[in-house]
Design a protein around this ligand. Structure first.
Ligand code: XMP
Length: 511
C-alpha cells in the first residue's frame, strides 16, 4: 500500500492512478489523517500532493515533522515538496513570476534513484507561485529548470524526495518513470497488484459476506452498475436480482441491448427484471420545462418504480451500489478536495427498500480500472467502453418539454452521430459525445418544400475529469456527413448545429 496524502491539489486522483498503473495499490487520504492511523496502515510509501496554499502562511494545511521520521519513504509533489522543505527547516518563498506550463528540466545529480532511466534533459510540467529557495539540511538538489533552482531535491539516507513539478501529468515526459522509480526502487513495492487478482479476491469476499443471503441491484446499463452486477453474478448467481428501469429516456435500442446481455437470453446467471416505465415517465413530464424540475421528477419517479419492484421482491439482505473511487473522493470522504459535485446519480439511495447492508464492490477502483475488471469478467466491449450517460438520460438532452416524439427524434439523431463517429474511428478518443434536441424550430427548404422543423445540436467534448472540458475538433467531413444523414433520415429535423462551447462556461449536458 502507498498512501497519497491530499493537500487539495487538482491532480490528486491522477497521482493515485499513476501509482496504480505501476501495479501498486494506493489510496488517497486527507492531510488531516492522524499520524497514528498512518502508522497502523503501515504503508510502503507516502506521497504528498500539490495544493493551492502557501506553506509559510499560518493556517495553511501542514503535517507534523514526525511524518518524515517514520522511516517510510516520502515523496512531496509541488506543495507537498515545499511543505516537506518548510517543515524540515528549508525555505519557501513567493517567486517574482509564476512558472506555469512546460519547462526544460535538467537533472544535475548523478545516480539519483528517482531519475533512473530519465535522460539528463527533458520536459516537465510546472504550476507554482512559491518556490524552494533553500533546501533543508541533509538534502541535495537533484534537478533544476531556468526559473526554478530546486526542481527536485532528496535526502537519500532518510528516503525523502521532493519534486517541484508534476510528474503525474502526462506533459512531464518521464513523469511516469519517476513515480515508478519512487514506488518500486525507493519504496520497494512488488508491483503485483492486478485486476485478475482483484476479481478473484472480490468474488471470494462477496461469497463470504453474502453467504446464502439475497441481493438486489439497480442496473442502469452503465459501466459501473453493469460491472458490479456481473461481479455479483459470478460470485452468487441466482441469489442476485437486478432491476432495470427503462424510463423511456435511454439511447436508441439501449433497453433491448441491456436486456440482451443481462436478461434470460443473456450471458449471466441472475434474476433480471425489466420495468417498462416509459409511459409513466412521459405522463409525469408532460408540460414540464424547467430543467431542475425535470431532473427531480425523473429521479423521484425512479425511486417510486424501484420501490414498487422491491416491495414485490420483499426483504433482501444486501443492496448493491456501483460506487467507484472518484465518487468516494468527490463526495469528500476520501481526499481533501472537498465536495466537488454532490452526487447526481438518479435519485440517490432508495431509503425504503428493506435491506440490511450495502455492497459496493467497485468502491476502490478508478473508472479505467472498472473497465479493466469488466473486460476481465468478459463483459462485451461495447458495454465496457460505453461513454458516460447521465441518470436523467435524454430528459436533459431535450430542451424544454419532453414528449415521446422528441425522444424519438433525439434517439435517431444520436444513433446516427454515434455510428459516424465510430466509422471515423473516433469513438474511443472523444471523451463524451451525443446529440441533443434544441427547443428551436426554424424554416428550411427540402425537396422544394418549406419546412418548419427542429434543430439538433451535436456535442463532443474532451475532458480529463468532466469538471472542465473542451469541444472536440471533429473533422469537418465527419460533421458534414452526420448533418446530411440526420436531415435526410430523421423526420422533424431541418438544421444541425455543432456546439463549440467549453466547460466552463457551458456544461457538458444541456440542462
Ligand atoms: P455537466 O453537464 O454537469 O456533466 O457538465 C458532467 C458529467 O456528468 C454527467 N451528468 C450526470 N450523470 N446523473 C449522472 O449520473 C446526472 O444527473 C448527470 N448530469 C450530468 C454528464 O453526462 C457528464 O459526463
Amino acid at each position: 500500500l502507498v498512501i497519497v496524502l491530499d493537500f487539495g491539489g487538482q491532480y490528486n486522483q491522477l497521482v493515485a492512478r499513476r501509482v496504480r498503473e505501476c501495479n501498486v495499490y494506493c489510496e488517497i487520504y486527507s492531510y488531516k489523517t492522524d499520524l497514528e492511523k498512518i502508522k497502523e496502515m503501515n504503508p510502503k510509501g507516502i506521497i504528498l500532493t500539490g495544493g493551492p496554499n502557501s506553506c509559510y502562511e499560518a493556517d495553511s494545511p501542514t503535517y507534523s515533522k514526525e511524518l518524515f521520521e517514520l522511516g517510510i519513504p516520502v515523496l512531496g509533489l509541488c506543495y507537498g515538496a515545499q511543505l516537506m522543505q518548510h517543515v524540515l527547516g528549508g525555505k519557501v518563498e513567493r517567486a517574482d513570476v509564476r512558472e506555469y506550463g512546460k519547462s526544460h528540466l535538467i537533472v544535475s545529480k548523478e545516480n539519483s534513484a528517482l531519475f533512473e532511466g530519465v535522460p539528463q534533459e527533458s520536459t516537465c510540467w510546472m504550476s507554482h507561485f512559491d518556490y524552494i529557495s533553500e533546501i533543508a539540511d541533509g538534502f541535495e538538489i537533484s534537478s533544476y529548470t531556468k526559473d526554478c533552482p530546486v526542481a527536485s531535491c532528496e535526502n537519500v539516507e532518510k528516503k525523502l524526495y521532493a519534486i517541484q513539478f508534476h510528474p503525474e501529468v502526462l506533459h512531464t515526459e518521464y513523469g511516469k518513470n519517476m513515480l515508478s522509480n519512487f514506488v518500486m526502487n525507493v519504496c520497494g513495492c512488488a508491483g503485483d497488484w492486478r485486476m485478475d487478482s482483484f476479481v478473484e479476491e472480490q468474488i471470494k469476499a462477496i461469497r463470504e459476506k453474502v453467504g446464502d443471503g439475497k441481493v438486489l441491484c439497480a442496473l442502469s446499463g452503465g459501466v459501473d452498475s453493469s460491472v458490479a452486477a456481473v461481479l455479483l453474478s459470478k460470485a452468487i448467481g441466482n441469489q442476485l436480482t437486478c432491476v432495470f428501469v427503462d424510463h423511456g429516456l435511454l439511447r436508441k435500442n439501449e433497453g433491448d441491448e441491456v436486456e440482451a446481455v443481462f436478461g434470460p437470453e443473456g450471458h449471466y446467471e441472475l434474476n433480471f427484471i425489466r420495468v417498462n416505465a416509459q409511459e409513466r415517465y412521459y405522463e409525469k413530464l408532460k408540460g414540464v420545462t424547467e430543467p431542475e424540475a425535470k431532473r427531480k421528477i425523473i429521479g423521484e419517479e425512479f425511486i417510486r418504480v424501484f420501490e414498487e419492484e422491491a416491495k414485490k421482491i420483499g426483504a433482501v439482505d444486501f443492496l448493491v451500489q456501483g460506487t467507484i473511487y472518484p465518487d468516494v473522493v468527490e463526495s469528500g470522504l476520501g481526499g481533501e478536495s472537498a465536495v466537488i459535485k454532490s452526487h447526481h446519480n438518479v435519485g440517490g439511495l432508495p431509503d425504503y427498500v428493506d435491506f440490511r447492508e450495502i455492497i459496493e464492490p467497485l468502491r476502490d477502483l478508478f473508472k479505467d480500472e472498472v473497465r479493466k475488471v469488466g473486460l476481465e469478467l468478459g463483459i462485451p466491449e461495447y458495454l465496457v467502453f460505453r461513454q458516460p450517460f447521465p441518470g436523467p438520460g435524454l430528459g436533459i438532452r431535450i430542451i424544454g418539454e419532453v414528449t415521446a416524439e422528441k425522444v424519438r427524434i433525439v434517439q435517431d439523431a444520436d444513433a446516427i452521430y454515434r455510428e459516424e463517429i465510430a466509422n471515423a474511428g473516433l469513438d474511443r478518443s472523444i471523451g463524451q459525445y451525443f446529440a441533443a434536441l434544441t427547443n428551436m424550430r426554424s424554416v428550411g427548404v427540402m425537396g422544394d418544400e418549406r419546412t418548419y422543423d427542429y434543430a439538433i445540436a451535436l456535442r463532443a467534448v474532451n475532458t480529463i475529469d468532466f469538471m472542465t472540458a473542451e469541444a472536440a475538433q471533429i473533422p469537418y467531413e465527419v460533421l458534414n456527413k452526420v448533418m446530411s444523414r440526420i436531415i435526410n433520415e430523421v423526420r422533424g429535423v431541418n438544421r444541425v448545429f455543432y456546439d463549440i462551447t467549453s466547460k466552463p462556461p457551458g456544461t457538458i449536458e444541456f440542462e
